[in-house]
Design a protein around this ligand. Structure first.
Ligand code: SAM
Length: 329
């Protein structure tokens, strides 16, 4: 396989985050309006054979890691066959999935059999009532059961992603971190990103404040991360089997190490989560063009990948074009 492509800032681009649906079975306060979203017609969503072809093209270009996300990827019909067909692609080093965990206890074994080994589960609270308030669904127990099933089936790592929101769940930072003493989880705290206008200034808690809270639980050591170019800073409590990560897209953006491309469920390529520039890959896939022409379009996008985002600029924040469920988190 060729070396991964590099962009004009010498960043190695080897990671594709592929959204496979914009639909979700939760209504997380910070992500999706409670009333739901206008549904994209199914014909506009990439078909499985189009997704597999696209992943094959980026692998042939030298990219080697794929994450399936959404919306909620497990709500898309026959998702296991997609996972299996992507896993089989020669040259792929890693396929992973991000889920809210609601359907995970049903799917964990099938996902493992389909070749997935790494899984991220969103979990913003350990309190069932609070879970229902944040997600509008009373499903904490099911999600926890899903997480336990994933551990039992053998996923490694199982990463838990917590969006930290001041006044909503910041009082649980220490309890969530303490899970790493009991389980080999990677618990990752993510700065709240202002996708929806939610009085974000008040909710936002910076990575440095999160770290300060964590250090109250016990002395933290820095830990290594085998996955190169990941956005998290890694820590560990002495003797704990699990790890802790802090992801600071807002206060200390990880742009200099950004190694990723994103494709939305409707087939738009984005080189930066916070840029509205998109390339219509679905159009190309459906025009019957050859793989090399699609690869050329992707390379052009990589060459134009912005150096950094401007999320810390409040004027910029107001014009974020698509929310996370639509881009694919
Ligand atoms: N449904 C899956 C899930 O819940 O993990 C995958 C999609 S979800 C959009 C992916 C990630 O985006 C989740 O970890 C979620 O917490 C994160 N996310 C969504 N909106 C966010 C925001 N405003 N700030 C920070 N993270 C956000």
């Amino acid at each position: 396989m060729p070396a991964p492509p590099t962009d004009s800032f010498h960043r190695k681009i080897d990671y594709l985050r592929m959204s496979i649906t914009d639909r979700c079975n939760l209504r997380c306060y910070y992500c999706m309006p409670e009333s739901g979203i206008p549904k994209i017609d199914h014909s506009e969503i990439l078909r499985y054979e189009e997704i597999v072809r696209l992943v094959g093209i980026v692998i042939a270009m030298g990219m080697s890691k794929v994450r399936l996300t959404g919306g909620e990827p497990l709500v898309r019909r026959d998702v296991l066959s997609l996972c299996e067909n992507i896993s089989k692609l020669p040259g792929l080093k890693s396929i992973s999935l991000t889920t809210n965990g609601v359907l995970l206890s049903d799917f964990a074994e099938g996902l493992f059999r389909a070749g997935i080994r790494r899984i991220n589960v969103s979990l913003d609270t350990l309190k069932a009532e609070r879970f229902a308030l944040i997600t509008k669904m009373d499903l904490f127990d099911r999600v926890w059961e899903g997480i336990m099933t994933a551990l039992r089936v053998g996923f490694s790592p199982v990463k838990l992603n917590t969006v930290v929101m001041r006044g909503v769940n910041d009082d649980e930072i220490e309890d969530l971190a303490r899970l790493t003493f009991e389980f080999p989880f990677h618990v990752r705290f993510i700065e709240f990103m202002p996708f929806r206008q939610l009085g974000s200034g008040k909710i936002f808690m910076s990575a440095s404040e999160i770290l300060e809270r964590l250090s109250r639980t016990g002395p933290l050591e820095t830990a290594s991360e085998e996955e190169s170019n990941g956005p998290a800073l890694h820590y560990r409590f002495k003797g704990a089997p699990g790890k802790i990560g802090i992801i600071s897209p807002v206060s200390d953006h990880f742009c200099p190490n950004c190694n990723r491309l994103r494709v939305t469920a409707d087939g738009k390529l984005r080189t930066c989560l916070f840029s509205s520039d998109e390339i219509d890959l679905r159009g190309l896939l459906r025009q019957g063009v050859q793989d090399k022409e699609i690869a050329a379009a992707i390379l052009t996008a990589i060459n134009n990948k912005p150096e950094k985002h401007h999320l810390s600029n409040p004027v910029f924040r107001k014009c974020i074009s698509r929310p996370m469920f639509s881009i694919g988190g």
